[in-house]
Design a protein around this ligand. Sequence first.
Ligand SMILES: Cc1cc2nc3c(=O)[nH]c(=O)nc-3n(C[C@H](O)[C@H](O)[C@H](O)COP(=O)(O)OP(=O)(O)OC[C@H]3O[C@@H](n4cnc5c(N)ncnc54)[C@H](O)[C@@H]3O)c2cc1C
Length: 442
Amino acid sequence: MSEPLVIIGNGMAAMRLVEELSARALGRYAIAVIGEEPRLAYNRVLLSSVLAREIGSNEIELKAATWWRERGVTLLYGHGATAIDPAIRRVRLANGATLPFTKLVLATGSRPIRLNVPGMDLPGVMTFRDLGDVAAIEAAAAGGARAVVIGGGLLGLEAAYGLAKAGARVSVVHLMERLMERQLDARAALMLKQAVEARGIAVHLNAETVAIRGRGRAEAVVLKDGQELAADLVIVAAGIRANADLARSADLTIDRGIVVDDHLRTSRPDIHAIGECAEHRGVCYGLVEPAYEQARVLAAHLAGEDAAYQGSVLATNLKVSGVNVFSAGDFLGSPGTEQIVFSDAGLATYKKLVIAEGRLTGAVLFGDTADGLWYLDLIRSGASIEAFRDDIVFGRALAERIQLPDRLHAEYVPVRRTTASAGPGVATTQIRELEDGLRQAC
Ligand SMILES: Cc1cc2nc3c(=O)[nH]c(=O)nc-3n(C[C@H](O)[C@H](O)[C@H](O)COP(=O)(O)OP(=O)(O)OC[C@H]3O[C@@H](n4cnc5c(N)ncnc54)[C@H](O)[C@@H]3O)c2cc1C
């Protein structure tokens, strides 16, 4: 017999959790997934490619409806959860139905930050987070519209590229002195700016937005220096905030996100959080790989295995066709580290590798990023690079001739397996209640 496990959010973390659970503990839980987006879970990372018309929106579904059915998962999409009552272990849905749980997982992702400036609520001011946003942006960008993207990070640049490809006249407004400052050093950021400008996108750095001006809808973005950039649409890509609304209703501990321990447990042991809504050791991750690692560890934990999540090494790839950028780990180089730099202006290639105590700790690549994942592997494994240090900047092909030690390919996430426990007692009544709740919700 199974016990009721409710997952709130049908995004990337939720899908991976179900996948991992079905491989480890199928049958142990009766799983219900509640998602407010009116569709099956999809690959959010590919939204930029959808906007750029490189793939269709129907091609990014993560799993077909049959996949969920075959695993006995009840999917309620198009249904938002509105509250959690931890005392009676029930989740309330927007339509008034309630679902019981013995275990609850919050996988509610993030919400885009809207700037606190006048005009943010004007029609024509949009965000870039889901398929609904993509449809709205596409409709507004048709016919050579003027678009201003606020934010020169990964998301802002991908939005700008997609808009430019769709025929819009695009400007990017960025508060900082360089693009993607959280992933790139000054040199790579300058090369990126040149590559973006070469695609017809204007870039304004050190540019603070103080208002969106318009009568009835957005007409211009007003900068602190007095400049006004005419706009038919404005995309705000100025960062994300963990979506912790529901956790608040359950009185869970929240800081920047829903605070979790190494077992992805919130301040209530029967409620877990994974993905972008979670804060682990003070960090809220905004990328999919940590969400997947957390899903794997949580599935192992829920299956009774001895598993702990210890944080993730971040790596970023920009998805702008023809502009290859990769960054991972300590890309700036903290005090006491050494750097190997390779640069070829003719090939528009730049590589910086950061080394500490004979190990690779960070990398920034512009142009030729083919070895990015290999460098990431080295950073994650913490293996010594001394044997091939002289050649490392030239990439894997050369270094492999010098015989890499096997441990470089070791898996990073430290999931330690022990014999699975028999699991908690049967929860027949709660299963029945879960089924009743689901019937009511449908
Ligand atoms: C345009 C774009 C490009 C990106 N590119 C990259 C990239 O190149 N590399 C990378 O690593 N990451 C990228 N990301 C980030 C990546 O998509 C996220 O890290 C990942 O989706 C996080 O998964 P998640 O499950 O935590 O959140 P999400 O995938 O956002 O899923 C959360 C889901 O929960 C639902 N939800 C929220 N509240 C409720 C509620 N109360 N009731 C029911 N459902 C609810 C939401 O509607 C949403 O569907 C990108 C993101 C965007 C938007």
